[in-house]
Design a protein. Sequence first.
Lengths: 247, 247
Amino acid sequence: MNPLLHKVSTTRFVCEPFHSDFMGQLTLNVLGNHLLNCAGEHATERGFGMARLNEEDHTWVLSRMAIEFEELPKQYESFEIDTWVESVYRLFTDRNFAIRNQEGHTIGYARTVWAMIGVQSRKPIDLLSMHEGHLSDYVYPEKPCPIEKPGRIKVSAQMPSEHFTARYSDIDINGHVNSIRYIEHVMDLFSLDYLREHPLRRFEIAYVTESYFGDTLDIYIDSKSNEHQVEIKKGNATICRCKLFFS
Amino acid sequence: MNPLLHKVSTTRFVCEPFHSDFMGQLTLNVLGNHLLNCAGEHATERGFGMARLNEEDHTWVLSRMAIEFEELPKQYESFEIDTWVESVYRLFTDRNFAIRNQEGHTIGYARTVWAMIGVQSRKPIDLLSMHEGHLSDYVYPEKPCPIEKPGRIKVSAQMPSEHFTARYSDIDINGHVNSIRYIEHVMDLFSLDYLREHPLRRFEIAYVTESYFGDTLDIYIDSKSNEHQVEIKKGNATICRCKLFFS
């Protein structure tokens, strides 16, 4: 543990024009991108970033994410994201986030759940024993993250409502559809009228399997009032599941 | 003119993981986004940014862009973008860019052509007479931008090859498909195999008309060896035209 490093790191952002939607609000995919970048930098500074892990043939895998907010940053506004590790278990670690607007008011929180796997073996790594247990050095359960943990998502729709084909812009350096693009495709299910009248308040995603360039992905939706559960499948295989709550 | 402000401004970036493509290179749409942000900040600092213009009921309109490069920044690498104004004419102004990799080597250039219009009238504003001619204060034709100006693009294909529908993620605060998303849709025409074997070297785009949420846009393509000309149309109306040169 480096005593000069705080358990919480804070990064400042500005809501750029091309990161703003038709309402002039930060898009959820850009917010998700920022959260994951903050996670990456926090981990790297503390010795457990992707580059270091890759040397040991290990890699982080994002399993679940929940983002909940009362408002989103507006175009040209600055905002800050805190990130810290809430807990480390044998197979998973919980990393949380707080989002503050430019007045310093906390406007949202996020929770993420990560596993670590062997790059070659694809098997889970014991987080408590790796690096002589140093992963737990920065655990900070004292900082509150007052939103529900990501829960179970179950979609019962039998017929897909939409589909899309994974293209160049979807694919990351590992050859997979990147985790942020699923958020974008799910948000694209909604009309501007719906989004204008029903502000999004919570978004959850659970990643199950990877998908690849050229894959045709089917989208199944269960809607109940302002809650929508979405499943993205490739044939019979679930790629990811999402749950959206609009007010 | 503020004597403390240089004619050229320089901004530093890092190629983030979610801004990298399957080859670990900065995507062209993110590069375009960065160029336009640099333009916005350079203009704002010198008193002719969007916010100031909007107060006077004027707005900048991007007419053309050409980006040419020998390589693109790689994931996690830093890079810098210079921007400056090459010339101001009555109806158009030319703004150029240079892109340097983290070793300080110039890896690419870009040229943009802008007009200014009245927000209400949609009519062009005389750039030489507005703000008492101060727009010309920062003109810096001495700095070289050794790439060809954006030229004429003419697509003769009679049948569309692809189409897409403008969705939530395409739309900006003005209710239009944002100028960067067209770049993304055009890049998505190509397979990973093609892009791997034929590195993109030049991309040009000419914006003609706006498109809106729900519009179905047809894509027409003329290909000749490694040069592709692309036209995006809504019915008979041209929305934009692109030209791509791969090596």
